[in-house]
Design a protein around this ligand. Structure first.
Ligand code: TMP
Ligand code: ASP
Length: 251
């Protein structure tokens, strides 16, 4: 097979040129990093689980009319996605205080917020993805006012969908991060949900026990990350209900 052209390698994924124009192959690595790659490890099976889980969430989103980059899963670690121009923002939606918001504002982790709060960080590893306001975004031309209206509406729809899907399996969606891409269709352009949605980019707590089922298990050394992600996959039916210990993936 001809060697595929690597387009970009990030901390958790590699992007290759896709088989048709306008497509990209997104490969999920087992690498985990935290605190801007100060902490690193290889977590056996993480890439396989995130490939499946991102497929599951993106497919569900498109079924309710939220446009995403996802086309189809290719194999255990790869999915075919639409090529898009990534807007250089991390869009974070928070339902409960946790992580950097708790630190910044001194609000205890787990405090329910009066309403979902959307935050934007400028995607720049060298700067540690700093929090920015819509003023920065407009002044520096990272996104237009129309884009920002669309991004807010996409983010809140993703939040409603993800909160409901998680609630149904006894998990609280504390917060999450998405990335947004721009695609061109003839004379038009539109924004779609891109990158990934997985326990790497969400905070997921068991409603009964408060147990963390997301990347904080790695960030804070709370146990086995693959077990946590497998539990999310199992509850969603992405993994068979039996055979929990061994993450044999159904097709
Ligand atoms: P934070 O509380 O550390 O700002 O994280 C908010 C949410 O965003 C949390 O669900 C984890 C996710 N996140 C990422 O996906 N990538 C990142 O680089 C960071 C810092 C957070
Ligand atoms: N900031 C990312 C996270 O903690 C990963 C990293 O920065 O290395 O999710």
């Amino acid at each position: 097979m001809a060697r595929r052209k690597k387009i970009y390698e990030g901390k958790a994924k590699i992007l290759y040129e896709g088989p048709e124009p306008g497509t990209i192959v997104q490969y999920f690595k087992d690498d985990a990093t935290a605190f801007n790659a100060e902490k690193k490890d290889v977590i056996d099976g993480k890439g396989v689980l995130n490939n499946r889980l991102s497929e599951y969430f993106m497919t569900g989103l498109s079924q309710i009319g939220v446009p995403t980059h996802f086309i189809r899963r290719l194999n255990m670690r790869e999915q075919l996605v639409r090529n898009c121009e990534i807007i250089p923002l991390e869009v974070i939606v928070r339902n409960y205080a946790a992580g950097s918001m708790s630190q910044r504002l001194g609000i205890a982790e787990g405090t329910q917020l009066p309403r979902p709060i959307v935050e934007y960080c400028y995607k720049d590893d060298a700067l540690g993805d700093p929090l920015v306001t819509e003023e920065h975004i407009a002044a520096f031309g990272w996104a237009s006012q129309q884009d920002m209206d669309d991004i807010l509406s996409l983010a809140l729809r993703v939040n409603d969908f993800m909160s409901g899907v998680m609630l149904a399996v006894g998990i609280r969606l504390v917060d999450f991060k998405i990335e947004i891409g721009r695609v061109y269709e003839g004379d038009f352009q539109r924004l779609i949900v891109a990158d990934e949605i997985s326990p790497d980019s969400c905070r997921l707590w068991d409603i009964e026990t408060g147990q963390k089922l997301d990347k904080d298990v790695f960030r804070r050394d709370l146990g086995n990350l693959t077990d946590a992600y497998s539990e999310v996959a199992r509850r969603l039916g992405v993994l068979p209900k039996t055979n929990v210990a061994k993450p044999t993936l159904i097709n």
